[in-house]
Design a protein around this ligand. Sequence first.
Ligand SMILES: C[S@@+](CC[C@H](N)C(=O)[O-])C[C@H]1O[C@@H](n2cnc3c(N)ncnc32)[C@H](O)[C@@H]1O
Length: 282
Amino acid sequence: MTEFAELQAPTASKESVRSHWEAETCGVRPAATLAADRAAFFAEIEHVRYQLDWMIPQFAKFSEAHGKRVLEVGIGAGTDFMGWVRAGAEAHGIDLTDAAIRLVGERLAMEGANAQIARGDAENLEYPNGYFDIYYSWGVLHHTPNTERAISEAWRVLKPGGQLKIMLYHYPSVSAGLVWLAQGLAKGKLVSPRSLYAANVESPGTRLFTRREGRELISAFSQDSVEIRTHLGSGDLLDFPLSGRYQGRTWQTLQKIYPSRLIKLLVGDRFGTVMTIAARKQ
Ligand SMILES: C[S@@+](CC[C@H](N)C(=O)[O-])C[C@H]1O[C@@H](n2cnc3c(N)ncnc32)[C@H](O)[C@@H]1O
C-alpha cells in the first residue's frame, strides 16, 4: 500500500455519514434559536455562512452560472444552492439526507423558486454523461467514504469544457493540529492527526487531503486549468458555535482566549483547512 492509500483509507460507512447529517443539517447551528421564524432562520444561516466562509462567493461565481446547467452535490441547508437558483442557472441539487432535501425544498417554496432537488449519492450520480456545465460541491467530498469515485462521477457528468469547483479539507492545517493536541496528545494517545480527524470531526471518517493529493484526485481534468488554494477556515480560527462534542468548559475557555488574529498573522492561509479546487474537463 502506498503512503497515500494508507493515510487515506476510508474508515466509515456511508450509512454512518448519512445518519450523522440527518441529525443536524450542516450550517443550521448558528441560527438554531430562530427556528420558529423561518424567514429569520434562513437569513441568519446565510449571513453567518458568508461571514465565516467569505471566500465562497468569489470561488463559486454564482452570477456567471446564468443559463448554465449546474449540479451541486451535498446541498446541506441550501445557501449556496439558492445562489445558483437566484442567478438563473438550471440548478440541480442532491444530498445524502432527507433532512437537507426537506429544508432546501422549504427554502425554494418560500422564494417561489423552481429547481430539481433529490436524495442522491455523490459516488453514484443518476445523471447521463456530459450533462452539466458546472459541478459544485463545498465541504462534502471529504465526508463520502470513496472521494476518488465521487470525483470520477463528477468528471463523467460534466460536459467537455465543463467546470469542477469543489472544497475539500486540507492537510496539514491548524485545525488538524488542534484536534491532534486535544484528542490525541492531551489524552496520551499517539495517533496520527488524520486518524483523529476521522474519528472526531463532523461525520465519521472525515478525510484530509494535501495539495498534492488534491491534484492527484483531479488528474483526469485539464492540468492547465487547475487552481488550488488554501484558506484559514472556521475550524482553524474557532469562530463558530462548536458542536456538542466540544461543549466542555475547556473548549469554551479555549474559544474565548483563542488567538485567532495571531494565527492569521503568523500562520496564514498556507495551513488553512479550506482547500478550493477548480478545474476544467478537457
Ligand atoms: C458539511 S455538510 C456541507 C453542506 C453544504 N455543502 C455546506 O457547505 O453547508 C456535508 C453534506 O454532504 C452530504 N453528503 C455527505 N456524503 C454525501 C454523498 N456521498 N452524496 C451526497 N451528499 C453527501 C451530507 O448529507 C451533508 O449534507
